[in-house]
Design a protein around this ligand. Structure first.
Ligand SMILES: [Zn+2]
Ligand SMILES: [Zn+2]
Length: 335
């Protein structure tokens, strides 16, 4: 029997242990991936913290879905072309049968289950995945940066809710976590005038990275806005922040909700009606967004590398701690 090293989140909240686990056994249509890098996602933090809404996550579990690695084994002969391919994966295992799947909207599949949340994920030397989950990465793209593909694809999905109409327009991105940062970068790539907002305490940590991508910044707890925006992308997860942002949207504008919210919100429907403001939701991403993300990462590899901080797998607990303290924008485990 072959054993592999895995970072296991135990039955306790925020407790991690390195364990030797059996290497996954492949079923039909599955491939084995040697994981090189695995990002720590916001959803991993919530799951490790046993937050409400994450009761479905098994305990113990190997978390992680933002992986990059190399396929070392396939089950079916007709998958042999995938051998030795450098890949990332889409986190969801989807049914392929429901209306959403048939439309290519795999992110809102009726029967989705997520790698590293519903079952063991990528914070491990090896992971198995379905061939449909696998997306090859360009030869020139480094595997460490490829670990950003999934979070960047989520931002691309969000910006594509509005698409080309944001070109030349004033866009506010609220929240300077990795999704907010990536959303601001993508919006800028679409030709928008982008302002990224955060709190004073973010100035020397997460918000500092905004200058790499030439983004305007706004400190929410110090100043009020001196302008209105055509479009707002809400990535902070703060209900009051979203409620307030509605007053900053120009007539005929729109807000896209990208974060998830612990608390309910109070919105005045009359403002939305009289000012013709649209509110759109955006959840996760699909294959098209992944491919778009890979091409953007390839174009700006050097800049994107400055968004990640590497931790050895053995130091995984520390990566979670620093992420929870919002000291680091995107922790990535190096395996
Ligand atoms: Zn993620
Ligand atoms: Zn489906």
């Amino acid at each position: 029997m072959v054993f592999i090293k895995s970072l296991v989140k135990t039955i306790e909240a925020n407790e991690f242990e390195i364990q030797n686990r059996e290497i996954p056994v492949l079923n039909k249509g599955e491939v084995l991936i040697k994981v090189d890098y695995c990002g720590v996602c916001g959803s991993d933090l919530h799951a490790a913290n046993h937050d409400p809404g994450y009761e479905f996550v098994p305990k113990p579990i190997v978390l992680g879905h933002e992986i990059s690695g190399t396929i070392t084994k396939v089950k079916s002969d007709n998958d042999e072309n995938l051998l030795n391919k450098r890949v990332v994966i889409t986190p969801g295992i989807v049914c392929g049968q429901c209306e959403a799947c048939k439309n290519g909207d795999i992110n809102i599949c009726e029967n989705i289950s997520a790698t590293g949340l519903h079952f063991d994920g990528g914070m491990s030397e090896f992971i198995k995945a379905k061939r449909e989950q696998v997306i090859p990465i360009p030869d020139e793209l480094s595997l460490d940066i490829a670990a950003l593909t999934e979070p960047l694809s989520v931002s691309i999905h969000a910006v594509c809710q509005l698409g080309e109409q944001i070109r030349g327009k004033d866009v506010l991105v609220q929240g300077c976590g990795i999704i907010g940062m990536c959303t601001a970068i993508v919006a800028k790539n679409f030709g928008a005038n982008v302002t990224l907002s955060g709190l004073k305490r973010d100035l020397n940590t997460r918000l500092k990275k905004a200058q790499i991508f030439d983004l305007n910044i706004h400190i929410n707890d110090e100043n009020s806005y001196n302008q209105m925006f055509d479009y707002v992308f809400e990535c902070s997860g703060s209900s009051p922040a979203f409620e307030n942002s509605i007053g900053q949207i120009k007539k005929g504008g729109a807000a896209v909700l990208v974060a998830l919210y612990k608390n309910q919100m109070i919105l005045s429907p009359n403002i939305l009606v009289r000012r013709e403001i649209d509110i759109l939701g955006s959840y996760a991403s699909n294959i098209k967004d992944f491919e778009h993300a890979l091409s953007l990462l390839l174009k700006q590899q050097k800049a994107f590398r400055q968004l990640i901080k590497l931790y050895p797998l053995e130091d995984g607990a520390n990566a979670f701690l620093e992420a929870n303290n919002q000291e680091v924008l995107k922790p990535v485990l190096q395996i």
